[in-house]
Write a protein that binds this ligand. Structure first.
Ligand SMILES: C[S@@+](CC[C@H](N)C(=O)[O-])C[C@H]1O[C@@H](n2cnc3c(N)ncnc32)[C@H](O)[C@@H]1O
Length: 326
């Protein structure tokens, strides 16, 4: 289990009654995916008198990964009593309690930021190794299959760039990209920076950023949002503002999770993200003068199940027609 495990065990051997050390080990094991082992150390911390927010918060997470949702809700509620208004805890409780799903219209910027700041250091390990996350790779493949390679560099705006997984995949296939990334989470951006792929990285809400660039008449060849749309409910503003920075030869590309069988455009769901219906995505494409193409895909696995998703690629119609008639 590694050096860190050994050094915490050494500390425990020296101070066996120190509850903080058991909590530290519980966190360490949780972030490495050893949930049952983590639980043993956390319970010991509780027995030794730890009543901290942290202990309930981590216990809530461990029970969540062990699929014990009632115990998980119990600990998250206890944690919220200790720090009311804690955004991440509130978000998880809203996710776990099904009746709340129909009431949630959007996530606040601070909730998303807090969520990804706390996830950043184990994001890639968890997604790539545990959830078999292949969305960036598949989205790049879809894009390259549909689009003719252009001469010269491709300017790309990566909305919700996270740790830069999409950018790495794109760079692997196309060597000459000029990448700009935007994300709310400074910690995700710090991970992205390490990859040394982006010309610029901005810590900003993607809507603010798009507005600023539109005012400066910036045009990108490709605006992409890889696994970012599931954190947005209503997509009207997303389409409108993204289309403000694409030209006649440019593309809007994104992945989304599919909402089926309900007469709704989008819905917050039990995985803590929004799902969107095809009809909704296609109607917004039409409204914004984009010719849209869709492709079904498996995005990742959750609790052994495949998460059904879809890729969208939009090209501008209006501007092409204007160009033709001039
Ligand atoms: C699941 S991650 C995906 C990261 C990356 N695109 C990838 O495929 O690995 C979603 C990212 O979107 C960012 N995000 C969500 N809503 C955002 C917003 N309104 N503005 C900027 N970033 C946002 C989150 O901070 C997070 O880093």
């Amino acid at each position: 289990m590694g050096l860190c495990f050994d050094s915490i065990m050494d500390e425990i051997a020296k101070r066996p009654k120190d509850s903080k050390l058991y909590l530290k080990m519980g966190k360490h094991l949780l972030f490495r995916g050893h949930f049952s082992e983590s639980l043993g150390f956390l319970k010991k911390a509780g027995k030794l008198g730890d009543e901290s927010f942290d202990l309930d918060f981590i216990l809530g997470k461990v029970y969540l990964f062990l699929s014990c949702s009632e115990k998980s809700i119990y600990h998250f509620k206890k944690a919220l009593d200790k720090i009311p208004n804690h955004k991440e805890v509130q978000y998880i409780i809203d996710t776990l309690i099904e009746e709340r799903h129909f009431k949630i219209e959007s996530l606040s910027v601070s909730t998303v930021k807090e969520l990804f700041d706390s996830y950043a250091d184990h994001f890639e390990n968890h997604l790539l190794n545990k959830l078999h996350y292949k969305t960036p790779k598949k989205l790049v493949k879809f894009f390259l299959e549909k689009v003719e390679k252009k001469e010269g560099p491709l300017s790309v705006l990566d909305l919700g760039c996270g740790t830069g997984l999409f950018a790495s995949e794109l760079e692997r296939e196309l060597k000459n990209c000029l990448l700009v990334g935007v994300d709310l989470s400074i910690k995700m951006l710090k991970e992205a920076e390490k990859k040394d792929l982006y010309l610029k990285l901005y810590e900003d809400d993607l809507f603010n950023y798009l507005e600023k660039e539109e005012k400066q008449n910036t045009i990108f060849d490709l605006v992409v949002a890889c696994d970012t749309v599931p954190y947005l409910g209503n997509l009207e503003g997303f389409f409108k503002k993204s289309c403000g920075v694409i030209g006649s030869e440019s593309f809007l590309l994104f992945s989304f999770e599919v909402l089926e069988g309900l007469e709704k455009d989008w819905l917050f769901s039990s995985n803590g993200r929004f799902k969107h219906s095809f009809d909704y995505v296609l109607s917004l494409a039409k409204k914004n003068n984009l010719r849209g193409e869709l492709r079904f895909e498996t995005l990742r696995e959750e609790k052994g199940e495949r998460v059904k998703g879809c890729f969208f690629l939009g090209r501008s119609i209006k501007m092409n027609e204007m160009a033709k008639s001039s």
